[in-house]
Structures are given as C-alpha cells and as structure tokens.
Design a protein around this ligand. Structure first.
Ligand code: ZN
Length: 86
C-alpha cells in the first residue's frame, strides 16, 4: 500500500494527497481531475492520475496533510505490506 503524491507547481515539492492506494491501482483510476489542498502553499491543486505517482509508506520527505485528514488511531503499521524484492 502506498499513497498518491503529486508535485506542487509552486514549490516543486511532492505532496501527499492523503489517498492510500495500491501501486497498480493508480493505473486503474479513471482519468478524472481531482483536487487536493496543498499543505505547502495552501492552494488547491487539480491533478490527474497520470500526473501523480504512488509513494510507498511510510513517507518521510513528503508533507502529509494530517491536519486536514483528521485521522485518529490509525498509526499502526500494516503487516501485510510486501517486502521489496531484489
Ligand atoms: Zn502547492
């Protein structure tokens, strides 16, 4: 499982959309435009699946919009996460 990240056009940094998805799942998304509030510049960025990529969790470099998501008690690691093969 990973999370969809997009690139902020203002800062050039990647940001998390907060959308968790399987890496292959991104390819199956319909080509619709989604919107994400950017935690870096505060603006709403419209993006399409082709502009996004899936980053594997946990994400350290990427700012996660935790405040916007208001998740609670969901910090336990997922034991079903596959190991990276050589
Ligand atoms: Zn931004």
């Amino acid at each position: 499982m990973g999370v969809i990240v997009i690139r902020c056009p203002k800062s050039g940094e990647e940001i998390s959309t907060g959308i968790e998805i399987e890496p292959e799942g991104l390819l199956r998304l319909p080509p619709v435009t989604s919107e994400t509030v950017c935690p870096l510049c505060g603006e709403v960025h419209a993006w399409r699946p082709r502009q996004a990529r899936v980053a594997e969790l946990p994400i350290e470099k990427i700012c996660v919009a935790r405040a916007a998501m208001a998740k609670s008690g969901n910090d336990s690691p997922d034991e079903s996460t596959p190991l990276e093969g050589a």
